[in-house]
Design a protein around this ligand. Sequence first.
Ligand SMILES: NC(=O)c1ccc[n+]([C@@H]2O[C@H](COP(=O)([O-])OP(=O)(O)OC[C@H]3O[C@@H](n4cnc5c(N)ncnc54)[C@H](O)[C@@H]3O)[C@@H](O)[C@H]2O)c1
Ligand SMILES: O[C@H]1[C@H](O)[C@@H](O)[C@H](O)[C@@H](O)[C@H]1O
Length: 339
Amino acid sequence: MTERATLGVAVIGTGKMGADHVRRIQEVTSGARVTAVVDVDAERAKSVAARVDGCTAHTDPAAAMASADVDAVIIASPGPAHEAALLTAFEHDLPVLCEKPLTPDAESALRVVEAERKLGRRRVQVGFMRRYDAEYMKLKSLLETGQLGRPLMLHNRHRNVASPPGWTSEMLINDSVTHEMDVTRWLLGHEITAVTVLAPTPSGNAPDGIRDPQFVIFETDGGAIVDVEIYVNCGFGYQVQAEVVCERGTARVGDGHAMVTNAAGRWGGIITQDYIERFADAYDREVQAWVDATRRGEVTGPSTWDGYAVAAVCEAGVKALEEGGRVEVELVERPALYL
Ligand SMILES: NC(=O)c1ccc[n+]([C@@H]2O[C@H](COP(=O)([O-])OP(=O)(O)OC[C@H]3O[C@@H](n4cnc5c(N)ncnc54)[C@H](O)[C@@H]3O)[C@@H](O)[C@H]2O)c1
Ligand SMILES: O[C@H]1[C@H](O)[C@@H](O)[C@H](O)[C@@H](O)[C@H]1O
């Protein structure tokens, strides 16, 4: 198959992630350039566009997607705006890299799955970037060799320095633990069947009324148990760690031991402060993989089905948080397009 010439990309949403993706495509990624940016905040769109030669600024995603120099779309607007942007991209038959979440709930995610199924071919890669992190990729390869035996348990820690304004207790699950939901399904190759959430007395760091931290437990259809400590106001750094316990050994990633210093009677390393820093390489690899696949006329990586499955687990998780106890995950049958 012949590769397409340089891909013209429209970036929808030019906030923290969108602006970083614009910089990445212009400075890091090969085979693509940003030809349009969209933001409901016209000034923000204009100021990002002004940094890129030949880039137009829009406030309406549909106008950008209709332009002749747009071949593909990155959606980095807030979750509630994703469905409309995805459906418009489908109308224009444009390939999409959609930041997580696919959409904020399982019902709307299923509408996107159904719309893509009607197109008859995959169009979307969902931005679950941990699949492109070097350490997680090594862990996945190791598990695939089978040398450690069957995975029995997966322990995760996910800590953020501080939650942004407007954060809620539910968002620990449906904005943060979404990543562990995807990691569980991808690393173990299992579906998550039930969720239980336990929460200690909230940390004094947490804004009033926010149940932070939480301890989230998944059961899987492969018989594994997965736990996630989510603590979004830990104050000291951004830490994401995972340890798989298998029948004949364990493997652990995310300790951040790239460099250990010894000085003045102490040893130690650095803790990253946010995801942009911790997952910089993963985002670079994710976007490059999307550009390369798109130019080959293919769609790879996390699918709309993966986005829907995670949305369904989020719903069970939020119910478990609100009502207590163990809540089963309800999934529709997986369409043939995603088998
Ligand atoms: N993969 C990750 O690690 C990761 C990290 C952070 C955020 N995200 C996801 O990226 C997305 C954006 O998050 P963010 O932190 O950049 O948010 P942000 O608030 O910094 O930026 C969002 C931008 O979208 C604009 N916007 C709002 N509605 C819009 C619409 N209908 N059309 C176009 N633009 C619109 C806003 O004006 C704002 O500039 C979210 O889906 C979020 O969950 C992913
Ligand atoms: O939206 C962000 C993002 O997805 C990060 O990767 C995660 O660590 C944060 O907890 C979440 O709020």
